[in-house]
Design a binder for this molecule. Structure first.
Ligand SMILES: [Fe+2]
Length: 519
């Protein structure tokens, strides 16, 4: 490790903000500087030497990057592991190589996707991790160095990788039609074997039927039909306003697709689905071509741009899309959504300002108070033809957090139970009684959780929260923690005691064994 003071780290001293505190990605928050375009590299591959400065890409103490692909059979378990049969999958960025100094201001979310799996059955847990063998990972592996420049900016890439997918597969994963699909929202999914984590397809296009160059990290499954509902923004190229929305049946056959135009090209990280509608959100985190041409990252936050919520009918031709404006809130994740006829309710977590301090702001500086996320309930009335505004109220104003989740079996439907990463804790919301509870584990920082039903047909919210806890007294050593939602006062029902700090995570996903291919 060497210290680095080459100017690329100049900028505000940004600590880990709330969003990154809830995720467990290893890198610190980088101050995003602008660098010149890439030049052709000459000479041997550089020695692998990550920077010491935690504000730089991949920088920090030696434990920052994991990089080790691991198989650990029969992990140590403390407590009583519930009678579950399935896999808890996680994914997050884990830099494969350090970047050249000119790109050291890149953001932590540009690390290559490292997938981990906790296989739980018969009271035993086996752990496995593998990098997603993306086109990018394979090219860099062969060259033994970083070949891709700044976050979502192909203008900064090494000329040798022109035409390859830039996707890192580092954001979320999903099991559908018996495939583990791993996502980065600038590219199609990567298909991995759900048991071995072997990469089967580094550019999965649903049998060639994907009508978009991109694919969200947050597809949804209609619990009534098993349909896969998804979208891609910037669907026809860099900074394009085209948004492609599509569905696939439970076997992965594309059954519907339509392309609509957003008011402007911007981050559309998550979306929502009701039984009748697809709901899109355009945030003020806009694609910024001049910034990319100057060698910077893809996005810049502009508080003067309006937030839009777009609604279109599932199965329609897209001409019915309507865009609604209202209070400007920067929202990233959906908790739940449903409709009563053509009256829509959408719950997301969001702040009054930018929640991503690592992206440049073209107006005011980052404001950590405005970044605080709360549960925002949006309502949209489609029955009034002249209506072009959404209404919004803040639920549980006393609770701040990010990374909303729900019992996924109830997406598209009226729901009662919601979950949120709240600092080092997990928050549980009962919308029926309008109450909240906090799950804390002494001396541990809890990262994003996933809800696991007690049985596959258990009532909504009857089950466990599962997620990684980082021991603050043991340099971040990890426990996989399970808490019974119906008895949080009892504390964790089980802890899987890992002998090390596991690879970081943005998001996780639980797959019941009946969703997985027969062994
Ligand atoms: Fe996300």
């Amino acid at each position: 490790m060497k210290s680095r003071d080459d100017g690329a780290t100049a900028g505000p001293q940004l600590g880990r903000r709330q969003f990154l505190g809830a995720a467990t990605i290893g890198a610190g928050v980088a101050a995003t500087g602008l660098s010149g375009p890439a030049a052709a590299y000459e000479g041997p591959s550089p020695q692998v030497d990550f920077p010491a400065d935690p504000r730089t890409f991949g920088g920090g103490p030696p434990s920052t990057n994991n990089r080790a692909e691991i198989d650990l059979f029969d992990c140590e378990v403390e407590g009583h592991l519930p009678d579950l049969d399935g896999c808890f999958y996680r994914v997050g960025p884990d830099p494969q190589y350090p970047k050249p100094a000119k790109f050291s201001g890149d953001i932590p979310f540009d690390g290559e996707g490292h997938v981990s799996m906790f296989r739980i059955k018969d009271g035993h847990v086996d752990y496995r991790t593998r990098y997603a063998r993306t086109q990018r990972w394979k090219a860099q592996h062969a060259a033994r160095r970083s070949l891709f420049g700044m976050y979502r900016n192909p203008m900064t890439d090494d000329p040798s990788v022109k035409g390859l997918s830039r996707g890192t597969a580092n954001t979320q994963l999903f099991v559908h039609h018996q495939k583990l699909l791993v996502f980065k929202e600038d590219s199609p999914p990567v298909y991995m074997d759900p048991w071995t984590l072997e990469t089967r397809d580094d550019y999965y296009t649903f049998g060639g039927k994907l009508g978009s160059q991109t694919h969200t990290a947050h597809p949804k499954i209609d619990p009534l039909t098993g349909e896969y509902v998804s979208f891609g923004y910037e669907a026809t190229g860099l900074a394009s306003k085209d948004v492609h929305v599509f569905t696939a049946d439970k076997n992965g056959n594309v059954t519907w697709g339509v392309t609509v135009q957003a008011p402007y090209a911007a981050m559309m990280h998550d979306f929502a689905v009701t039984q009748k509608h697809v709901i899109l959100m355009v945030t003020q985190m806009a694609a910024n071509l001049p910034q990319m041409q100057a060698g910077g990252v893809h996005f810049a936050y502009d508080s003067t741009l309006p937030v839009y919520i777009g609604v279109l009918r599932r199965g329609g031709d897209g001409k019915d899309v309507r865009w609604f404006k209202g209070a400007n809130l920067f929202c990233t994740h959906v908790m739940g959504a449903w409709c009563d006829g053509d009256r829509i309710t959408l719950d997301m977590d969001g702040g009054e300002g930018n929640q991503f301090p690592f992206f440049p702001s073209v107006r005011e500086p980052f404001d950590p108070v405005k970044a605080q996320g709360r549960i925002r309930r949006f309502t949209i009335d489609l029955t009034r033809k002249s209506n072009d505004t959404y209404q919004v109220e803040t639920l549980y104003p006393e609770v701040t957090g990010v990374l909303s989740r729900q019992d996924d079996r109830f997406h598209t439907l009226p729901y009662r139970w919601g979950f949120l990463s709240a600092g080092r804790s997990w928050a549980i919301f009962d919308h029926a009684n309008k109450t909240s509870q906090l799950v804390t584990v002494p001396d541990y920082a809890l990262s994003e959780m996933t809800f696991v039903p007690r049985k596959h047909d258990a009532p909504e919210g009857d089950g466990y929260l599962i997620g990684i806890g980082s021991s603050m007294k043991e340099a971040g050593r990890s426990d996989l923690i399970l808490v019974d939602v119906k008895d949080i006062a009892a504390g964790p029902v089980a802890r899987v005691k890992m002998p090390f700090k596991v690879v970081g995570q943005v998001h996780g996903f639980w797959a019941d064994a009946r969703q997985l291919p027969a062994v």
